[in-house]
Ligand binder design. Sequence first.
Ligand code: ARG
Length: 467
Amino acid sequence: MSQATNQSWGGRFSEPTDAFVARFTASVNFDQRLARQDIQGSIAHATMLAGVGVLTEEERDAIINGLTEIQGEIERGEFQWSVPLEDVHMNIEARLTDKIGITGKKLHTGRSRNDQVATDIRLFMRDEIDVIEVELTRLRDGMIELAEREADTIMPGFTHLQTAQPVTFGHHLLAWQEMLARDHERLLDCRKRVNVMPLGSAALAGTTYPIDRHVTAELLGFDRPAENSLDAVSDRDFAIEFTSFASILLMHLSRMSEELVLWTSAQFNFIDLPDRFCTGSSIMPQKKNPDVPELVRGKTGRVYGHLMALLTLMKSQPLAYNKDNQEDKEPLFDAVDTVRDCLKAFADMVPAIEPKKESMYEAARRGFSTATDLADYLVRKGVAFRDAHEIVGLSVAYGLKTKKDLSEMSLEELKQFSDIIEQDVFEVLTLEGSVAARNHIGGTAPDQVRAAANRAREALAALKGVS
Ligand code: ARG
């Protein structure tokens, strides 16, 4: 048989595969990343086959020993991957047959590469989700801790990127944390649908051998065997769910990155990022660039791209398996790597954020950020809100002209706009008074931030037990 004809299916072919076609259709250069899961799946399959009497115990042991040795060869970098053997599955099976002879050929009884590959990807995704969850938890932990530490730190809050009202930095950080909490739930929800076993579906219709799919599922730690063989070998919606999760997460990380980039600029000057997260410029000696958040912001694009690629890959595919599905791996691998790296970068970086408290405070003081507090003060004294809004608007116009913040005006100056205003107004015009007054669940008051940080920590601890 020719080199270019795959020995696993070459029987019905009368001429060898075109060399280009062999290379074009091969996936081994990327799917060798599934080797560990492929071997894990094969060992479980062989164990189940022996359990139901399709393989003898000797055959099972020979297969398991052979596969274990192959695992070692792969880990040591000794394994020779062959493109003519097409993919990870046939590379490993061919090596097994080299090593243990004819028994190696029995491994594929009652199985097809279609259910095999679907199983491998799900095992792989489950492993990666668990690693990603550890990083996400580490990031959330660090963020909650920083928020608690900065519960009293005052900064301007923005709408339209214009100074709006004072908030606490801790409150801002807990807003980020809430985004991540929902991402975390989405990840765990995705894991439930990943952890279902296609194996036993064979090519598409199931198999005539007396297999026990519950045994295989249990050996592999799957929650259950997939219900329908046609669906199990063909759908990749779990990969789409993961990349949806990844896209939303990266969207959140990108928003945070954008704020970090703004805040490190001389114009904002709200935070310092330690040098190890930044780089310099080869031409401008004064520069310290926030490369890590910029790169996370940039990487968001490729993850969105992978989501689109997978959605488009699956649209219009008739049941059951089609070769199109081989295209699921590269986007998925890259999405997994990108998510893991971005989360690691953030988990390392967030606890190291150094707020420049004075600068934040000054910025909050400058932008008439307590104007709403003055309006609320007037309303409490009986002025209708619309009239109060007007009075405060005139005060702000006066402040702009005289370059004075509301809290810097004298009582006489304020009284020009309403003689209802008394000395006690200065309690609400301070930044501390303003944030402390928003004292309800979800509000920015320092006490609320501390309570929210505690609840966030409890919610995180409760999730950890889930997967
Ligand atoms: N390399 C293939 C993939 O990744 C494995 C399944 C091939 N099955 C087939 N019938 N050609 O999807």
